[in-house]
Write a protein that binds this ligand. Structure first.
Ligand SMILES: C[S@@+](CC[C@H](N)C(=O)[O-])C[C@H]1O[C@@H](n2cnc3c(N)ncnc32)[C@H](O)[C@@H]1O
Length: 257
């Protein structure tokens, strides 16, 4: 990685750039991509309009996923955290549509993990209350769609795994239950909890691998990477979120002996 970035330590790099423009990630250099892109549900980000038409959103998704495809190694993996569906501004099958787009780009499908967010309630609309007229059904879950570039069997890297027996048993059951993250604590409108990228990293990458989050936000993936001894880069368009990420990584850093 280029050392003149916004923030850079030996193993972690924050890139304050647009995912569509950055030239800082070399082709075929990434072992694992973990990301939660904007969901297009009118979240008030500092520097991103989260209110595209659905067609525009699908085109946006196609363009950034194409870049990710180029950045991954041939045995690289892609953990895509997205909603199952969307009800604001019209019902849409976001999970199915984005998975189809990823496959058209060239990704192969491996599996989908259902993340049950526990106590975080997204309930805002009931449709027709207690009536069959037009009720809304909303599942309080998100998806982590697991895809890969060419080969599912991972041959590159250290081949050292740090997942315990109990973690492996629990996490290979594709129903994950843990709480979402508090926006106020982190200072970002849509952070995921460290648990999410940490599980993906230990399950799908080796110690020392390089992880990328192309929509880094407050840097949660980079915090997890630094805890799990992975190298990591995060791309984020907003300088304020990059500052938050840099601070979180510094605050979290436990010097290695
Ligand atoms: C859902 S949030 C990611 C949150 C992150 N997982 C965390 O834990 O903080 C999506 C992020 O993508 C950023 N973003 C939107 N468009 C972008 C672009 N074109 N290039 C880079 N980042 C972008 C937004 O500013 C926002 O911080």
């Amino acid at each position: 990685m280029d050392k003149r970035d916004f923030f850079s330590s030996e193993d972690v790099t924050v890139i304050n750039e647009d995912v569509f423009k950055t030239k800082k990630i070399p082709a075929q250099s990434i072992d694992l991509i973990i990301t939660s892109p904007p969901y297009n549900v009118d979240i008030k980000y500092n520097s991103h309009d989260d209110q595209l038409t659905y067609e525009e959103y699908l085109d946006f998704s196609k363009r950034w996923m194409k870049r990710c495809f180029g950045w991954l190694k041939n045995d690289g993996r892609f953990c895509l955290n997205i909603p199952l569906d969307k009800n604001k501004g019209g019902q849409q099958s976001v999970g199915a549509n984005l998975t189809t787009i990823a496959k058209k780009i060239g990704f192969s499908y491996h599996s989908t993990i259902i993340w049950n967010e526990g106590n975080i309630s997204r309930r805002t609309a009931w449709g027709s209350w207690a009536s069959a007229s037009a009720p809304y059904v909303i599942a309080p879950v998100e998806l982590i769609v697991v895809l890969y570039k060419k080969s599912w069997k991972k041959t590159s890297g250290s081949r050292i795994s740090d997942i315990t027996r109990d973690e492996f048993l629990a996490w290979t059951n594709g129903l994950w239950t843990f709480n979402g993250e508090r926006k106020k604590t982190i200072g970002h409108p849509a952070p995921f909890p460290v648990e999410l990228p940490m599980r993906c990293m230990k399950l799908f990458s080796f110690v020392g691998d390089t992880v990328l989050d192309p929509f880094m936000g407050s840097g949660t993936t980079l915090v997890a990477a630094s805890r799990c001894n992975r190298k990591a880069a995060g791309i984020e368009i907003d300088p304020q979120y990059c500052k938050i990420a840099a601070q979180r990584i510094e605050d979290d850093h436990i010097p290695k002996r």
